[in-house]
Design a protein around this ligand. Structure first.
Ligand code: WQD
Length: 337
């Protein structure tokens, strides 16, 4: 049985689909703070399997303890449950430290107490800040976090380091995501941003469908090819697949150390304007946008060197930016039905 925390979230739900399609038995924990039970229906429709689900908040320490007392057959854990809006974390840092750090500690206490040893942790390229060298390798120095969100990911990685040192049988893989985008090709599951989308792609699709007046492009005088910021946009289906191969590595004890880090991206950077124009081209429509001031905390450019994941995990992204932008648009259209 594989436990997926935050399994009804954007990346979590796509990973649950991939796990079920690989024949794993899955139990999902989610507190529904940033998701809905409709996602469980979507997963069931896609795979024909309804995974076990428990509505549980990982901040509830006794409930977490009771869960692990009850489920004795957990062989691996994929931990997605966390808050992830950079801007919100600046306004509400204590929510982020409680939710992203507190819950990781409770989860690790229960896993080590029950002798469980296989954890896949969702980390982030935000730990690198503005890397001095591009593409970014896993050896790039961790720089002072630009937001409480980024800091929670850095602190979480430090907690994992101390945990594997204290508990030699415990092993974990931290996947440092670049920018997850897109949706399942069936358009039965996808990203469900609450309120005004913080991220670029949902803001583009909501502008295209008419829910938003106009997209603001944050900055046009960055030191990039067209002046707009560059990111590594990876299809959520490829990202889900990376979790499957990382889990298999731990279950087969093929890991080379008890805590491994992998950058999960496409290895290609795309500017905001390039994304907008690709979206317009692929979906044959126009996106209404204006140039606006830079957003505090944004880095100029970030894209992954994926050599380690390619060689060690045998994983590389397969889907293109265009595939993701097409799937994101189909999902937005489905939501509007
Ligand atoms: C992308 C680019 C914006 C909105 C995200 C997640 C973070 C982490 C990394 C997982 C930037 C620009 C955006 C808009 C814009 N993922 N933009 N107008 O900031 O790279 O971080 O991926 O851990 O959690 O937040 O992604 O989509 O917010 O921004 O111009 O309305 O699009 O300035 O250059 P970001 P994003």
């Amino acid at each position: 049985m594989i436990l997926v925390t935050g399994g009804l979230g954007f990346i979590g739900s796509h990973t649950v689909v991939a796990l079920l399609e690989q024949g794993y038995e899955v139990v999902i924990i989610d507190n529904l703070s940033n998701s809905s039970l409709a996602v469980l229906d979507g997963i069931t429709k896609i795979t024909g399997v309804k995974p076990h689900f428990e509505q549980l908040d990982l901040r509830n320490k006794p409930a977490v303890h009771y869960f692990f007392e009850k489920h004795k057959n957990i062989e691996g854990v994929i931990h997605f449950a966390a808050s992830k809006a950079v801007g919100e974390s600046v306004k509400n840092p204590l929510l982020y430290y409680e939710n992203n750090i507190g819950t990781l500690v409770y989860l690790l206490q229960e896993m080590t107490r029950h002798g469980l040893s296989n954890l896949i942790f969702s980390s982030s390229c935000t730990v690198y800040g503005q890397a001095a060298t591009l593409p970014i390798t896993e050896e790039a120095p961790i720089q002072k976090a630009l937001s409480p969100y980024g800091n929670t990911k850095q602190i979480s990685e430090a907690i994992l380091k101390d945990t594997v040192n204290a508990y030699p049988a415990f092993k974990a893989i931290a996947l440092r995501y670049f920018n997850p985008i897109g949706a399942h090709p069936s358009a039965l599951i996808g990203e469900l941003p609450r309120g005004t989308p913080q991220n670029l792609i949902p803001y583009i699709t909501q502008t295209a469908i008419g829910k938003r007046e106009e997209l603001a492009v944050f900055g046009s005088d960055y030191d990039t090819s067209d002046g707009t910021a560059v990111r590594d946009y990876i299809h959520v289906i490829d990202l889900a697949e990376a979790h499957i191969v990382a889990l298999a590595r731990l279950l087969a004890a093929k890991n080379k150390s008890n805590l491994e880090f992998f950058n999960i991206g496409t290895g290609t950077g795309s500017s905001v304007l390039e994304v907008i124009h690709a979206f317009e081209r692929v979906n044959k429509l126009k996106v209404n946008y204006k140039i606006a001031p830079k957003r505090p905390g944004d880095v100029t450019a970030a894209y992954a060197d994926t050599t380690l994941a390619n060689n060690e995990l045998g994983w590389q992204s397969r889907l293109s930016l265009e595939d993701a932008l097409r799937d994101a648009w189909h999902w937005e259209q489905k939501l509007a039905e």
